[in-house]
Design a protein around this ligand. Structure first.
Ligand code: G3P
Length: 227
């Protein structure tokens, strides 16, 4: 699903490199997202494991994002992922600069510009307000604020650090008013999502609350109640 935008409010599920999201299980998670999105009439996007991106993007009717790309043009590089290959795989865009896979600001600039010429959407993760401001200057499609210390904690940023969320929304929109702003880290239920939206975000970015849940579909159904 290539495109120029995604519907909001949105839940973006980054399945990371968990054993629970590899291979067949990753494919099932994507199918659950598609099913919940269509039956509940809500926006859900997924970032499959990189090696599953093409397979999943061709099998589901929801936006699929790469978890990372490298700031390189197609050519003589080994083990790198280009925006062009992500586009060929059928992705809507890419997540970049996750706290678990940071990039230099010059690389983010390269990726944002090249994404835009390829009609791909870039969601740039940031770890604090100063970095969010710097990234907003690059005019990405979306910014996802995620305090690293809350990632995987089960303590939702929207509940335990509402200031960073509200201030990021305010600062980013001052510099780039059309920028989608997401928040993530520790988001696990519908109440966490509802609070994120109340703080002015366009949705959430999350991982373990669904991927590590005993029943990912039930977890996702709870999360979408907050949209
Ligand atoms: O990319 C989303 C992520 O870093 C948040 O992780 O497990 O706290 O939802 P988690």
């Amino acid at each position: 699903m290539d495109g120029t935008k995604i519907g909001t409010p949105v839940i973006v599920l980054n399945v990371k490199s968990y054993a629970e999201s590899a291979g067949r299980r990753g494919f099932e998670l994507a199918k659950i997202c598609e099913d919940v999105a269509s039956k509940q009439g809500v926006n859900i996007a997924i970032c499959p494991q990189q090696v599953e991106l093409a397979k999943i993007a061709s099998a589901v009717n929801i936006p699929c994002f790469a978890q990372h790309v490298d700031a390189v043009e197609p050519g003589s590089h080994t083990g790198f992922v280009t925006l062009e290959s992500v586009k060929e795989a059928g992705a809507t865009g890419t997540l970049v600069n996750h706290s678990e896979h940071r990039l230099k600001i010059a690389d983010i600039d390269f990726i944002v510009k090249r994404s835009s010429s390829l009609n791909l959407l870039t969601i740039v993760c940031t770890n604090n307000i100063a970095v969010s401001r710097a990234v907003a200057e690059l005019r990405p499609y979306a910014i996802a604020i995620e305090p690293p210390e809350l990632i995987g904690s089960g303590k939702a940023v929207s509940k335990v650090d509402p200031e960073i969320v509200a201030n990021t929304v305010e600062e980013v929109k001052k510099l780039h008013k059309d920028c989608i702003v997401l928040c993530g880290a520790g988001v696990t239920n519908g109440e966490d999502v509802r609070r994120a939206i109340e703080l002015g975000t366009d949705g959430v970015l999350l991982a373990s609350g669904v991927v590590k849940a005993k029943d990912p579909k039930t977890a996702l159904l709870d999360l979408v109640t907050g949209l």
